[in-house]
Design a protein around this ligand. Structure first.
Ligand SMILES: [Zn+2]
Length: 306
């Protein structure tokens, strides 16, 4: 399995259009020791031919153009993108689906809850269903193992299992709709196994870490893990108000470094990094602390094989 990190920032990207935090200011001024980043997007392939997207970011158009492997190959209308796997219904995770219309066949794997939010409550997603051969949705149950398939039902051989992480649906989902949905389907992580048996954990939003999750992470070869905020009160300190990282469903990185210190087998990579996070600055003590703890800070364009 080949894995490409097309985007590594949290929602809003880095820099963020309306943000003048120290990081965003320095990046715009050209004095920042670190890289700009687009919104989190990962693509995987079992064979270099068919690609599957983990989520569909609002930056997807530029991310596809920056990735020759994802360009059309045969004919006038074609794409190597065979399917999309959805972890939640957050806007930064699903808006890119609307960029994948153009009557292109596509398989979308999601929970029934996420499918209902997008298809039944948001009529714009009807643009994915203008012809019968366009988007095909497949529901999976939380905790169930399934194969990633293309629009025609072809099995990629990539085995996937979801892990329920959070119970909060996005703010745009009405209370009436939320009452009909399963809380365990709100926010998921994935374990994806390649032909060789290697395992990737994809967990961009982790509200808490318990012993069962730690044991599962120890069986993996690579972790792509929630690096949204450095500290719990990061946004409040930058903005003067707002929610804590934990209220927003993210374990702060400084806690993760302690909680996952005993997880030794996998390569550990932070992604989904908010523009306010001090570890983006490669000259910062926080960046040094992360590297000393054996973690890496994902950058757009990284790739590896599993
Ligand atoms: Zn900022």
């Amino acid at each position: 399995m080949q894995v490409k990190i097309l985007g590594s920032a949290a929602g809003g990207a880095f820099p963020q259009w309306n943000c003048a935090c120290a990081n965003c200011r320095a990046l715009r001024a050209g004095t920042f020791r670190g890289k700009p980043r687009s919104q989190t997007q990962v693509a995987i392939t079992p064979d270099g031919h068919s690609w599957f997207l983990l989520g569909a970011s609002p930056d997807l158009r530029g991310q596809i153009e920056a990735t020759p492997e994802l360009h059309p190959r045969d004919g006038v209308r074609q794409s190597p993108i065979a399917g999309v796997l959805l972890a939640n219904a957050d806007l930064d995770h699903v808006l890119g689906l609307l960029l994948l219309r153009e009557l292109q066949p596509l398989r979308i794997h999601s929970t029934a809850s996420v499918r209902r939010i997008l298809r039944e409550d948001n009529s714009m997603f009807g643009m994915l269903h203008r012809i019968p051969e366009q988007a095909k949705w497949t529901d999976f149950e939380s905790g169930e193992e399934f194969s990633l398939c293309d629009a025609q039902g072809g099995d990629s051989g990539l085995r996937c299992r979801s892990w329920s992480l959070g119970t909060h649906y996005p703010a745009y989902v009405t209370a009436a709709r939320q009452a009909q949905l399963s809380p365990g389907e709100a926010s998921l992580g994935f374990f994806i196994q390649s032909h060789s048996g290697a395992r990737l954990a994809y967990m961009p939003a982790v509200p808490q870490v318990d012993e069962t999750l730690l044991a599962e992470l120890e069986t993996c070869d690579v972790l792509l893990f929630d690096g949204t905020f450095w500290s719990n009160d990061e946004l409040i300190r930058v903005q003067g108000s707002g929610q804590t990282a934990k209220q927003m469903g993210h374990v702060p990185v400084e806690d993760t470094l302690i909680k996952l210190a005993g997880v030794r087998r996998p390569r550990k990579i932070f992604l989904h990094i908010n523009n306010t996070n001090p570890m983006l600055d490669e000259a910062s003590p926080e960046h040094r602390q992360v590297r000393d703890a054996g973690w890496e800070v994902a950058e757009d364009g990284w790739q590896f094989n599993l």
